[in-house]
Ligand binder design. Structure first.
Ligand code: NAP
Length: 683
């Protein structure tokens, strides 16, 4: 029997011995053996730190983003073979789409986040500088830099592709190498994807290693620069979190564990409303997609007691229409569980639940299985339970049957619905299906502290809703308490998990050099030419232009008001303006001031500045009355090269002051500036 490969120190290695046999979830046939015995785990960590980390840290966030995009495109081209093998895990085509396309799209999103929301640099600045001294010569700035260790990813069996890629994307974007350990039962699919990733040659050496099997003594060699990102059961998370080395080295540990996710039906959503129908659809989809093997699936159906009977009937009817069987057959709505062991586990957990709730649909070993041998595959009938007294039950709030199993829990008042949701003691995802936004707010405020993500569905957003159980790369995934207390993804937030935040203190000039962002108070360079005459490469942080004074007259204000139609009383009516606590008579429009500033700082001739694409952080500080004067200072603050596009983004720190040197307005002007090559080509 073929043994799965381990990728250690950039070489594919077979583990020692025969290892554990893995079988096809649908046919029961052997598929591969798995063992990581004999691997040198200490050397793997060393390789990740010395080779992978060093290679990745040479790249900027944008270069890593480009790498993730190239990888995503490459995997897209290969995905047919992933789909073919995914069937062996029991997944239907729709399930595989979540796993495979979902995983690849996570790479795309993180690629875009790294390129659009992070600098083309190695350091990420966390917020603006903090003023720490009276004269501004000593300031603070929080920065993020890549951790110098390895990220150990321990994944669950249910998403062999997405589970790996959703962790890999932010890790690589952060400049950190990964050692991936997939769950054994479906590791063959992860291994195939890793083989393709390595063959692509897109990742630098050392940035990815794979353990198919146990982790041996890996944990004994972790240090404070390493990170563990775990997905799986709460029991395993607790065990690993208490490893002496994890404790003594304060190894960063994030856990995504199980949860008894609740979906609450609003009192308004009675049978006959669109929300009631949406609820049936959502619950059935959550119960049956991936055969219910989703950490985010709806396990607790919290619904008004007045309609519980109708709800049970509607859910049972809808579940009856889901055909179970061979996931390769397009007619089949639900495939198999990932293994026979998993099927036995779910069966046992349904037994626990049945001590407190009645099985109202399913729960039987005798059901029709389409196009497969029911005695060989890990098939399980969708099973619905109804608990009459959920406030006095405990199993329904604590036992996770990781399969197509869910329990109806009736409530009488909104407070009771909230209390029931909280009894899950921390969940990854919760949902509220209602067209009553006041009810939605009450429930969200009452339960958000127990959830990592909540979605509210009504007739207005249902068509475009991504659904209760779909974690998205843009949003955080994780949850408090039983859900593990961790957090992953969430765009740039997820990248920061693999970086260290450090508060840096020093002079504005020092911090400008360290962070590659000019800070007020740092040196201002007055180049011989207007900075708009300089190309992207020629511009230096601190390059400054200072304009002369321009008076703002009453005629200017009248002209601007009539021209734009902005005849707000503060600009037009002396008496009314005086009654306003902020003004002493008619004042210039803020936008007039900004427009005059542009007139003062632009260099009008054809030059390397290509366009102005916006303004950030605009604040009007001191009003400008007619008769006052204004001048502007424009300083090159930050430069971001846009790959090979021929231009880069330049951010200009802009300050308008009056004749008394009081600050009138502050903002950042955003421009695109041609590179040397582009500028030379158009002259
Ligand atoms: P599990 O038994 O806890 O296993 C999870 C991972 O931990 C597997 O890779 C497993 O490897 C590994 N593992 C187990 N013991 C270990 C040890 N002593 N040292 C190092 N690694 C060890 O969980 P599971 O049964 O595979 O997964 C199902 C559970 O995961 C469910 O409870 C589900 O709710 C949860 N889950 C959570 C999320 C989430 O995002 N929160 C997502 C999916 C699943 P082996 O397979 O080789 O034992």
């Amino acid at each position: 029997m073929m043994k799965l490969g381990n990728l250690a120190q950039d070489r594919w290695i077979e583990g020692d011995g025969t290892g554990k046999a893995l079988s096809n979830a649908v046919t029961g046939e052997p598929i591969a053996n798995i063992t990581s015995d004999g691997l040198d785990f200490r050397a793997m960590l060393g390789h990740a730190r010395k080779v992978g980390g060093a290679n990745l840290r040479k790249m900027t966030f944008h270069e890593r983003g480009d790498m993730l995009k190239a990888l995503a495109q490459y995997l897209m081209e290969q995905k047919k073979q992933f789909y073919a093998l995914s069937t062996a895990t029991g997944a239907t085509r729709a399930d595989s789409w979540i796993d495979i396309d979902g995983g690849i799209s996570t790479l795309f999103v993180f690629s875009s986040k790294a390129r659009r929301e992070m600098p083309n640099d190695h350091v990420y600045l966390d917020g603006p500088p903090e003023q720490l001294s009276r004269n501004g010569t000593f300031i603070g700035q929080h920065i993020y830099t890549s951790k110098l260790g390895a990220a150990v990813h321990i994944n669950a069996f249910n998403f062999p592709v997405w589970g790996m890629l959703e962790k890999l994307a932010p890790t690589l974007a952060a400049g950190v190498p990964a050692i991936v350990k997939p769950a054994s039962s479906t590791a063959y699919l992860t291994e195939l994807v890793v083989r393709r990733i390595i063959e692509s040659g897109i990742l630098p050496a050392g940035s990815l290693q794979l353990i198919c099997g146990g982790v041996g003594d890996l944990f004994d060699h972790l240090n404070c620069q390493d990170t563990i990102a775990f997905t799986g059961s709460k029991t395993t998370a607790e065990k690993l979190q208490q490893h002496p080395r994890v404790v003594s080295e304060s190894v960063a540990f994030t856990a995504e564990t199980d949860s008894l996710n609740a979906s609450i039906l609003g009192p308004d959503a009675v049978p006959g409303t669109p929300e009631f129908d949406l609820y049936i659809k959502e619950v059935v989809r959550e119960m049956t997609s991936k055969a219910g093997q989703k950490c985010t699936a709806i396990r607790r159906i919290i619904a008004p007691s007045s309609i519980a009977a109708e709800l049970v009937e509607a859910l049972s009817t809808a579940l009856g229409q889901v055909s179970v069987g061979n996931p390769a057959n397009r007619e089949v709505g639900m495939g198999a569980l990932a293994s026979l062991g998993q099927r036995d586990e779910v069966r046992a957990r349904v037994g626990d639940l049945a001590a407190e709730a009645d099985i109202v649909y399913g729960g039987s070993d005798k059901f029709e299985v389409v196009d497969a041998d029911a005695s060989k595959g890990a098939f399980f009938m969708p099973t619905l339970l109804h608990c009459q007294k959920p406030m006095r039950s405990s199993a329904v709030h604590s036992v996770e049957a990781f399969g197509p199993v869910s329990t109806v829990l009736p409530y009488d008042t909104p407070d009771e619905a909230i209390e029931l949701a909280r009894m899950g003691e921390g969940s990854l995802a919760g949902s509220i299906i209602t067209n009553d936004d006041a009810f939605a707010r009450e429930v969200v405020l009452g339960t958000a502290a127990y959830h990592g993500r909540m979605l509210v569905i009504n007739r207005h957003c249902a068509d475009e809703s991504t659904g209760h159980g779909s974690p998205l790369p843009h949003l955080v995934h994780g949850g408090p308490g039983r859900a593990g207390g961790g957090e992953e993804m969430g765009g740039v937030r997820g990248i920061k998990h693999y970086m260290q935040r450090t508060a840096i203190q020093g002079s504005p000039e020092t911090l400008s050099v360290i962070g590659h962002r000019w800070v007020r108070g740092a040196d201002e360079k007055e180049p011989g030419v207007h900075p708009f005459r300089k190309t992207f490469e020629q511009l230096e942080l601190g390059d400054t232009f200072r304009s002369g004074l321009r008076e703002v007259s009453l005629e200017d204000i009248d002209h601007f008001a009539n021209f734009t139609g902005d005849t707000f009383y503060a600009h037009m009516d002396e008496e009314a303006a005086e009654k306003n606590p902020f003004f002493e008579g008619r004042v210039a429009h803020g936008y007039l001031i900004v427009s005059f500033a542009a007139g003062l700082f632009v260099d009008p001739d054809f030059g390397p500045v290509l366009a102005n694409y916006g303004i950030d952080d605009l604040r009007f500080v001191t009003p400008l009355n007619y008769g006052d004067s204004m001048r502007v200072r424009l300083t090159c603050k930050q430069k971001t090269l846009r790959g090979d596009s021929g231009y880069g983004e330049v951010r200009w720190d802009t300050e308008i002051t009056n004749q008394k040197d009081e600050i009138v307005a502050q903002y950042d002007v955003l421009t695109m500036v041609a590179t040397d090559a582009h500028w030379a080509s158009v002259q």
